[in-house]
Design a protein. Structure first.
Length: 427
C-alpha cells in the first residue's frame, strides 16, 4: 500500500464524499473513528462545530460531488504562476513537516487522554467498580475504532513526556497487544477482552506499598512474594468490576509462561488462553525496555533478540513469531546506523510492512525540530546496517536523536505524502 497523499483545506471547503482526518483526540469528537469518508451534511456540520481552523483530507480516497471539486480547486480557473522546482520542493517539504507534526501531536494527545482515563479508573476502582469498568471499556473501544479501521496501523514512538511511569507501562502493553491481536486476526470480541484485560493487568498494584510497585532485583524473598501478589489484587478488583471471563484470564495469567516458569499458578502450554499468551509476551518485552531502574534497560532490538535466543521456551511459538514479524528487527526506539554510515533512530514501524521502518536521521544541516521522518521503504539505496546502544552514538548524534530513557508507544494511522531521503517530497 502506498502512503496516502493528504492536504489541508478550510472547513468551508468540506463536501460529501471527502475522506477526512480529524487530528484531535478520539474523545474530542463524536465519531467512532478519526478518519472516514463524509457521507452526509450532518457530519460536515459536526466537524465544523469542533472549532478546527482547517482539516486534512485525502484526494485519492475521496469521491466528492462535482461541485466539491470546483469548490476545492477554484484557484485552477485562473492560470497559477509558474512555480520553480526549488519552490515546489520547499512547499512540499513544509506541508509534509506540518502533516507529520500534526500526526505526532494527535498521538500524544490521545496517549495523554488515555493516561488521564487510567488514573481516573485507578482512583475510583475501589469505590465505583462499575464506573471504572465502563470508563475502561470506552477507552478500549476508542482504541479499536482506530486499530481495526481499513488503513494499516503503525507503531509510533512518542516523546518521554507523553506519560508518567504507571500509565506508560499499561498503555504501552495495551497498544502493542492490540496491534499484535489484529496481526493475529482476533475477533472483535477477543480484541475488546484483550484490551480491557491488558489495560487493567496491573491495577492491583495500587494496593501495594509504593516501594513494592515495581519489581526490583534486590527484593528479598518476602518482598518478592508481596510484589507477586499484585496479580491476585488485580484479579480481585477485576471481579468486582464485573469483567468477562476472558479478560479475567488476561489479568490472572499476564506473568505466566508457556514453559510453566511464570507465576502465580505456574500454568503453561495450552492452559494459557490465546490472548493471555499475547499479554504475557508483550508485558515481558516492555519490562525489558522499561524496567523500574532505567540503568538496566536494554534496547528494543536487544529485547527481541534476548526473547528469541535466550527465553524462547517462555513464549508460545506462533505468538512470538507474529510479534517479531510485526515489530520488525528494529522496533521503534532502536538506534541504528545506516548503510551510508549516518546515525538514525527508528520512530515508526508499519505493523504490516516492518522490514524497512521510518527513521529520523542525524543531519546537522537541518534543525532537529524540522527533521523529516524518512520512510526507508521508499529509499532503494538506503537501509539499516546495524543496531547500536545509545551510548555508542557520537555526542552530536546522541544530542540530536535524543534516545529515550523510557520508551513510550502508541499507534498512528493515515500516513502522509511520500518523501525521499534528500528531503524532497513526491506529489
Amino acid at each position: 500500500m502506498t502512503d496516502i497523499h493528504t492536504q489541508f483545506i478550510e472547513l468551508s471547503q468540506l463536501r460529501i464524499g471527502m475522506f477526512v482526518y480529524l487530528d484531535v483526540g478520539w474523545m474530542d469528537h463524536p465519531f467512532p473513528v478519526s478518519n472516514f469518508k463524509i457521507s452526509n451534511q450532518g457530519q460536515i456540520d459536526t466537524i465544523r462545530a469542533l472549532g478546527l481552523e482547517r482539516i486534512r483530507y485525502a484526494p485519492d480516497k475521496s469521491a466528492p460531488a462535482p461541485g466539491a471539486v470546483a469548490a476545492v480547486h477554484t484557484e485552477n480557473k485562473a492560470a497559477p504562476p509558474v512555480e520553480s522546482a526549488a519552490a515546489f520542493a520547499a512547499r512540499q517539504r513544509r506541508e509534509l513537516l506540518a502533516s507529520q507534526q500534526a500526526s505526532l501531536q494527535v498521538c500524544e494527545r490521545q496517549f495523554s487522554q488515555a493516561a488521564q482515563t487510567f488514573k481516573q479508573v485507578s482512583d475510583i476502582v475501589h469505590a465505583q467498580p462499575d464506573q471504572a469498568r465502563e470508563l475502561t471499556e470506552k477507552l478500549i473501544q476508542g482504541f479499536l475504532g482506530e486499530i481495526l479501521g481499513e488503513d494499516e496501523a503503525a507503531i509510533r514512538l512518542l516523546s518521554e513526556k507523553a506519560g508518567e511511569k504507571t500509565s506508560l507501562h499499561s498503555i504501552n502493553v495495551t497498544v502493542i497487544s492490540l496491534l499484535l491481536g489484529r496481526a493475529m486476526h482476533l475477533s472483535k470480541t477477543d480484541m475488546l477482552d484483550l484490551g480491557v484485560g491488558t489495560m487493567l493487568h496491573d491495577i492491583g498494584k495500587i494496593d501495594l506499598p509504593d516501594r513494592l510497585r515495581w519489581q526490583d532485583e534486590h527484593f528479598n524473598h518476602a518482598e518478592r512474594q508481596l510484589y507477586q501478589e499484585h496479580v491476585l489484587h488485580s484479579l480481585n478488583l477485576a471481579r468486582k468490576m464485573g469483567l468477562s471471563a476472558n479478560a479475567l484470564l488476561v489479568i490472572a495469567q499476564h506473568h505466566e509462561h508457556a514453559d510453566g516458569s511464570g507465576y502465580p499458578s505456574h500454568v503453561g502450554g495450552d492452559k494459557l488462553s490465546l490472548i493471555s499468551r499475547i499479554v504475557s509476551l508483550v508485558n515481558h518485552y516492555d519490562n525489558l525496555c522499561n524496567p523500574a531502574n532505567p540503568a538496566f534497560a536494554i534496547t528494543p532490538h536487544e529485547a527481541l533478540s534476548q526473547m528469541f535466543t535466550q527465553h524462547k521456551a517462555r513464549f508460545h511459538a506462533a505468538t512470538l513469531t507474529a510479534f517479531i514479524r510485526m515489530m520488525g528487527i528494529y522496533p521503534p526506539g532502536s538506534v541504528v546506523q545506516l548503510t551510508d554510515e549516518r546515525y538514525a533512530m527508528v520512530v515508526s514501524v508499519n505493523s504490516a510492512r516492518p522490514i524497512k521502518p521510518k527513521v529520523v536521521i542525524h543531519n546537522p544541516s537541518v534543525p532537529r525540530e524540522e527533521a523529516l521522518v524518512i520512510n526507508l521503504e521508499q529509499e532503494k539505496s538506503l537501509c539499516i546496517h546495524r543496531s547500536l546502544k545509545p551510548l555508542q552514538l557520537p555526542k552530536a548524534a546522541y544530542d540530536y536523536l535524543s534516545p529515550r530513557k523510557r520508551l513510550c508507544y502508541f499507534f498512528e494511522r493515515g500516513l502522509e505524502i511520500e518523501q525521499h531521503e534528500d528531503g524532497g517530497a513526491k506529489p
